[in-house]
Design a binder for this molecule. Structure first.
Ligand SMILES: [Zn+2]
Length: 299
């Protein structure tokens, strides 16, 4: 199956053309400033047309369009149910009609983290497994699960959202979702600079010089025995210690996975054996490669 796919994340957007497990072409679309979905749709169209023309293909060579969004998405109904801070108009856009009018193709929508799990299960680290939990760690923390080979969605499309918005501190930081002390508010890309800024002793740390602190800088400073960086890193590892981890932070996988495996070995109630913790393999292409399984799925 050949398909068009667009993956809109928290801070990036990528359009691609896939054929089964192969990514034939992909292009980053500039989504950084875009708050509105309508604003970015024309750019997505241009990107698809450019890639198809370069590949010598037309939309008639494609079976459909798959779209991943950082939102609560009703995949069965093909609707975006709710968004936070990004693409707030998405709930009012009839994307199915729009894709049909623009390309003559049927489309499917899904949450971006679920798309990534579909990709990893189709042709990545989770291939061959039927029961999977994946946590994507980047700007935010996305959690998804697959049980008996089917994505866990639930009546309100929120089932399996295990990671980002589970409270880990009852008196913690206010999260963008409105709750307090979510894992995402304490140990995700967007909250890391805020956590560091208020950390006791931050003025004496290398981290004080980082204007928009990211996890790579945090792990580098910790590796150099910066005391504050070590404290913040260890706290993040504790917070992540409940699931497998994918996403942008996995560039630091060698620092993270052993700590999470150890935490699970010590704390998870699994009489049948040990939970296997593994790094995602497809990186930023995971959601794009989720297109074919999403379009093939029978609801
Ligand atoms: Zn939250």
């Amino acid at each position: 199956m050949r398909a068009l796919v667009v993956d809109l994340g928290g801070s990036h957007g990528t359009c691609g053309v896939v054929e089964d497990t192969k990514l034939l072409a992909h292009e980053v679309v500039d989504a950084k400033g875009a708050k509105s979905l309508l604003e970015i749709l024309p750019e997505i169209v241009r990107s698809f047309r450019r890639m198809l023309s370069d590949l010598g293909l037309t939309t008639a060579d494609c079976a459909g369009v798959a779209m991943g969004l950082p939102a609560i998405v009703d995949a069965r109904g093909g609707r975006v149910l709710s968004t936070r801070t990004k693409y707030e108009d998405a709930t009012n856009v009839d994307l199915a009609s729009w894709f049909r009018a623009e390309f003559g193709l049927e489309s499917r929508l899904e949450n971006d983290a679920r798309m990534a799990l579909l990709g990893e299960s189709y042709t990545g680290a989770a291939a061959g497994f039927s029961d999977i939990v994946m946590m994507t760690l980047g700007t935010g923390i996305g959690g998804t699960a697959m049980i008996a080979g089917k994505l866990l969605r639930g009546k309100h499309s929120q089932a399996g959202c295990l990671g980002g918005h589970l409270p880990v501190l009852y008196n913690g930081r206010r999260c963008i979702c409105g709750a307090v002390g979510c894992a995402e508010a304490e140990a995700a890309g967007w909250s890391l600079p805020l956590v560091a800024k208020e950390w006791s002793g931050i003025a004496t740390s290398k981290l004080a010089a980082c204007t928009n602190l990211n996890f790579q800088q945090l792990f580098e400073a910790a590796a150099e025995q910066d005391t504050v960086a070590c404290e913040i890193r260890d706290r993040c590892l504790e917070i992540w210690g409940v699931a497998a981890v994918g996403g942008g932070v996995m560039k630091s996988a060698q620092n993270i996975l052993p700590a999470i495996q150890k935490y699970l070995d010590e704390h998870a109630w699994t009489d049948w054996g040990k939970v296997r913790v593994g790094a995602a393999q497809l990186g930023n292409n995971a959601a794009l490669l989720g297109a074919v399984p999403l379009l093939s799925e029978r609801f």
